[in-house]
Design a protein around this ligand. Structure first.
Ligand code: COA
Length: 419
């Protein structure tokens, strides 16, 4: 059977950034609570003319430029920041990207898990029609109430992936561990622009789901923990990945390194003694006996600690960070734990393919993160409080420097355009 998996991947984020040190100062919070306690440095925040559609299109556009549209007959858009109750956000992306008409377009939803659901559906489609390719886009704006515990864990970003047979980056393996449970840890009612979250419950529900999905992976004949070289987790805040790593190690009976990046005096996150630009060679040279095994946890958090929570995109932003910073991945098996509140989750694995390193997007991602325009806390909170309804026609101010923008509402429909 031909391998199927991720052939190309690209990350995009929003126009603005809020530095958590400024939020800490404004709210009289010790900045170390955010930096060390939550493992977050910043969060991306959308301009008024950005949303999940514009970020998703921005992530997918370079993939289309590199790989063309041939064979792309499905576009799956995963989000919990839906722009309409009926129309899939992917339809607007389909238009912005100029994709052919012969494309199956739909939207996936189950909190932060939906990106994984879309990826697995894409693999199913390609296994039936190996000549086809599927564009998977996971894009979200994570928004919590001002002054709530979730506020510093907001974020915005999108990951686009091209799924195909004979992929160039990662072959996704067949066996998955699954876990679903009805739990009210986090949700967003139809009439609310912010999520409702029981933070403590979301942490325990996540960890319960991790052991549940792990046990199912083992029952289904999946690899033992020792056979998985790197592990990526959904990261609503990167400290959650550390909690998950500790939990999995204890549950599966192996001591895994739970170190997150070190924060230098300059505020920059570094992995080991190196900075993010030359991070991680964990596992390559073999660790001293008795040293907890390093599975790339710190490296996998490098983007998310600057993006904030990107919901459906989060575990794939962790993948992007790993692919961009770890030069010893060839042939190695990566474990992915995807969790969506409510809840649905999956533990699956993939093998990194030769030549992946030549496709590193590290410099472009660093440039995009650095190029974000900082917002004062006052300005960010004013934007946060601006809720655009659909009752009246409105034109949004031209702010974003992204390739696509949300132009406004006309006749109660949202209008998108190239910038
Ligand atoms: N220096 C270093 N660490 C500090 C600190 C300081 N000055 N002050 C607090 N901390 C640590 C705490 O010890 C705690 O660490 P722990 O989790 O290892 O115990 C951590 O910072 C958080 O502190 P806490 O008081 O528990 O924070 P909180 O009440 O503000 O809420 C969350 C934390 C995660 C519950 C909250 O941010 C939240 O609800 N986030 C959203 C969660 C979410 O999105 N879930 C859905 C998807 S899974």
């Amino acid at each position: 059977m031909r391998p199927i998996g991720i052939d190309d991947i690209e990350l995009a984020t929003a126009h603005h950034v809020v530095d958590l040190s400024t939020l800490a100062e404004a709210t009289g919070t010790d900045p170390n609570k955010f930096r060390l306690g939550l493992g977050q440095d910043q969060f991306s925040f959308p301009a008024p003319d950005e949303d999940a559609v514009t970020m998703g299109a921005a992530a997918a556009a370079p993939i289309i430029e590199r790989c063309g549209t041939e064979g792309i007959r499905t576009l799956l858009f995963a989000t919990e920041s839906g722009i309409d109750q009926s129309k899939a956000a992917g339809i607007s992306v389909h238009k912005l990207l100029g994709l052919p008409s012969q494309v199956r377009v739909t939207e996936f939803k189950e909190a932060c898990f939906a990106g994984t659901a879309a990826l697995q559906a894409a693999i199913g489609i390609v296994s039936r029609n190996p000549g086809e390719r599927v564009l998977v886009i996971a894009s979200d704006v994570a928004r919590y109430e001002l002054d709530s515990p979730g506020e510093p864990t907001q974020g915005a970003g999108a990951v686009a992936m091209l799924v195909s047979a004979d992929p160039r980056l990662i072959e996704i393996e067949q066996v998955s561990g699954l876990f679903a449970a009805d739990v009210d840890d986090f949700w967003r009612p139809n009439d609310s622009t912010t999520a409702i979250v029981d933070g403590g419950l979301s942490v325990t529900a996540y960890l319960d789901a991790l052991s549940g999905a792990w046990d199912d992976l083992q029952e289904q004949g999946g690899p033992a923990l020792a056979e998985i070289d790197r592990i990526l987790y959904h990261q609503p805040f990167t400290k959650m990945a550390k909690k998950a790593q500790l939990h999995l190690g204890q549950h599966a009976g192996e001591e895994l390194s739970c170190d997150l990046p070190e924060i230098g005096a300059d505020g920059v996150a570094r992995v080991g003694s190196q900075d993010a630009a030359s991070a991680d060679r964990q596992g390559a040279a073999g660790e001293a006996p008795g040293t907890p095994r390093d599975t790339g946890l710190a490296t996998s958090t490098l983007y998310n600690r600057r993006l904030g929570n990107t919901y459906t995109a989060s575990v794939f932003a962790a993948l992007a960070a790993l692919l961009d910073h770890d030069d010893d991945l060839e042939g190695r098996r990566i474990g992915f734990f995807s969790y969506g509140s409510g809840s649905a989750s999956e533990f699956f694995t993939g093998r990194v393919l030769p030549g992946y390193a030549s496709r590193s997007r590290r410099d472009d991602v660093a440039e995009a993160l650095d190029a974000r325009v900082p917002l004062s806390v006052e300005a960010y909170r004013a934007l946060h409080s601006t809720v655009l309804g659909s009752a009246d026609d409105v034109e949004t101010p031209r702010v974003t420097s992204a390739p696509f923008r949300f132009a406004g509402v006309k006749g109660r429909a949202r209008v998108y355009e190239r910038s």
